[in-house]
Design a protein around this ligand. Structure first.
Ligand code: EPU
Length: 419
């Protein structure tokens, strides 16, 4: 299993480009199932989760071609199988995103229930209830969600909880339903805006995306399109914290500060100087140790849960006491136990990690438990004394494109070791 060996103590300096957003690419690839013609996507990141989604689409008979510029053409106009099998879904929960498109376009879907997850229970009841409200017959049988419908109809759906993929699933389903669907208490994440714009470019009629009320007028058919995926705001935020934690000075290109307000404010509180313009962001710590900050995760536009582990790492070696409160997932603090092994003084109280910053973290072999936890541990390794060996980094390959190359480009000592 691959591991990353991270050498600490170097201040990150320089410039890198940010990749396309994983959490926009996954729903967009699922949305291809709605199209009656071929779709070409650019700025698709090369990630394990993207490869898994492509494998899932191919298993359904979708034709996928990749050109020399890594643009992906996908033709889901005729599929042979309407099933997302357990073997794929258990490795990637986002496979649930094919549920809505399959029922809406083909009237049937058998999608494995994802089962347990390292960061929380993560049920998909709201995806299922929404489809039922749109007229689908749904049974759970042999571990599968089996949904059937002649043609879905519009519905007025009020989500009990803000759910990102739940909103995306029902948004996609509603594009081909008969009549109007209203999604209230919808997620407002930027990736939902990107998905909606992609669907609109195929002929969908959607308004209100980016707000908590989305209206969709169903159409009979969606055509093909060419679409460029938005930059990854979480990858952007992760590199900003990497620079802050190492007291560095970096410039990130092909990205935007637009969707990162909550993260940028916290980094400024930590003492970072941040400048941004069209397509770039710079962070300068001016060689200073960060100050610990208080963050609380909530749905967008508040502070993202996907940046929480990185801030736990930063607080661990900052000046003062900081808290990280996790309100979205009930078990997303496994990285804290690993950070403690590196000398962090962090106390867990319920859903809050209270951290008294230490002057030095020391290297230790640590275990990544999920994607963002791995990012947090790598960042801690960059700031620690000695060489930190991060195990189970297949998690990081799910969501960060060429992370060790990009960090090396910024002057970090990091390499992949195999055994
Ligand atoms: N929830 C329910 N019922 C549902 C759906 C969700 O109770 O039917 C609850 C969840 O248990 C959770 C809360 O609602 O407590 C929010 O979960 P959400 O559904 O929004 O999460 P998700 O859609 O499964 C996406 C991202 C995650 C990110 C969360 C929160 C994708 C593919 N995944 O997950 O990304 O953490 O939204 O922002 O978009 C990651 O990239 O590392 C990652 C985990």
């Amino acid at each position: 299993m691959d591991k990353l060996l991270v050498g600490g103590g170097r201040s990150l300096q320089g410039e890198i480009s940010i990749s396309g957003a994983k959490n926009a690419t996954l729903p967009i690839l699922a949305g291809v199932l709605l199209a009656s013609e071929s779709v070409t996507l650019s700025n698709v990141p090369h990630l394990k989760d993207v490869t898994t989604t492509i494998a899932l689409l191919q298993s359904m008979g979708v034709q996928v071609t990749v050109d020399d510029k890594l643009n992906i053409s996908v033709d889901g106009s005729e599929i042979t199988d309407r099933r997302a099998p357990y073997d794929l879904v258990k490795t990637m929960r986002a496979s649930i995103l094919v549920l809505g498109p399959l029922v809406a376009r083909y009237g049937e879907a058998d999608v494995s229930l994802p089962g347990g997850c390292a960061i929380g229970s993560r049920p998909v009841n709201l995806h299922v209830q929404g489809l039922q409200a749109m007229g689908a017959d749904v049974v759970i049988e042999n571990g599968y969600i089996k949904a059937r419908a002649k043609r879905l109809h519009g519905a007025h759906i009020v989500f009990d909880t803000v759910t990102v993929t739940g909103t995306e699933n029902l948004l996609m389903a509603a594009t081909l339903a008969a009549g109007e669907t209203i999604l209230e208490n919808a997620a407002r994440e930027p990736e939902i805006i990107d998905l909606a714009e992609f669907l609109i470019s195929m002929g969908a009629k959607i308004t209100g995306h980016g707000s908590s009320m989305i209206r969709i007028q169903g159409v009979k058919r969606l055509g093909g399109t060419e679409y460029a995926v938005m930059p990854d705001r979480i990858e952007t935020g992760t590199y900003l914290v990497a620079a802050a934690i190492t007291r560095g000075n970096i410039r990130l290109k092909r990205t935007s500060a637009d969707y990162l307000e909550a993260v940028i404010i916290k980094l400024q509180e930590a003492g970072a100087k941040i400048h941004h313009g069209e397509g770039w962001i710079e962070l300068d710590m001016k060689g200073r140790r960060p100050r610990a900050v208080d963050v609380r995760t909530l749905p967008y536009p508040a502070f993202p849960t996907d940046m929480q582990a990185q801030f736990c790492a930063m607080n661990a070696m900052s000046e003062g006491v900081g808290t990280v409160t996790e309100t979205i997932f009930e078990n997303r603090f496994q990285h804290v136990l690993e950070l403690q092994r590196m000398g962090a003084d962090i106390r867990l109280e319920g859903n809050m990690a209270i951290s008294k910053g230490v002057k030095r973290l020391t290297s230790a072999p640590v275990m990544a438990t999920d994607l963002r936890a791995s990012a947090g541990l790598i960042l801690a390794g960059l700031a620690a004394e000695g060489e930190t060996l991060v195990d189970r980094i297949y998690h990081v390959d799910r969501g960060y494109e060429r992370i060790e190359e990009k960090l090396q480009q910024l002057g970090a000592s990091i390499r992949r070791v195999m055994n």
